[in-house]
Design a protein around this ligand. Structure first.
Ligand SMILES: [Zn+2]
Length: 183
């Protein structure tokens, strides 16, 4: 059976970026989204593993590797100046399949949300463990192709409202990308 690891960005104690007006954090949005994606995967005959980061970022790749999933997708949101909008997806610069996975996710989320296409962002781990790493450690040390998705800027009210209204479609977009990856 095909197996997919869905990594919920951040955790209960450290929830990542948030929207100052609504209080919705990356962790809150992506926990809900992960459950929706997981349900759709089960319905498509694919086994989901929802991974919570219950340790440090250094420990996370080993936890993901324990799932022995074929691919891993880390669910995040971007944040900048409350006005920026757009979607981007990160991959490890040396992973051909990671790039393919990221490209499929990017296509589907742009088609779904119709925000500015900010494209794929290669992570080269030059900043590993430092500010600017943006998940390079996870992307490098996972055994399977891995992508980090940032479909919208959570600090932008308009983008968050859009993503909340379209959360079911967004979950379907991830699943379409996963199914395309396997085909
Ligand atoms: Zn994040």
């Amino acid at each position: 059976m095909k197996k997919v690891a869905l990594i919920i960005g951040h955790n209960e104690a450290s929830q990542g970026a948030s929207n100052k007006n609504s209080g919705v954090s990356e962790f809150m949005f992506n926990e809900t989204l992960a459950m929706k994606i997981a349900d759709l995967l089960v319905a498509s005959g694919i086994r989901p593993f929802v991974v919570y980061r219950d340790g440090t970022y250094e420990e996370l790749p080993a936890h993901v590797n324990l799932t022995e999933a074929d691919i891993a997708i880390s669910l995040h949101c971007n944040a900048f100046n409350k006005k920026q909008n757009g979607s981007e997806t990160l991959y490890y610069v040396k992973s051909k399949n990671g790039k393919r996975l990221a490209g499929l996710i990017q296509n589907e989320i742009v088609k779904c949300l119709r925000l500015h296409d900010r494209g794929l962002k290669p992570c080269n781990v030059a900043h590993e463990g430092k500010a600017g790493d943006r998940g390079g450690h996870l992307l490098k040390y996972t055994d399977m192709p891995c992508a980090i998705a940032e479909p919208f800027f959570i600090d932008c009210d308009k983008s968050l409202a859009l993503a909340q209204n379209k959360i079911d479609e967004l979950a379907k977009a991830y699943v379409s990308a996963i199914i395309r990856y396997y085909n």
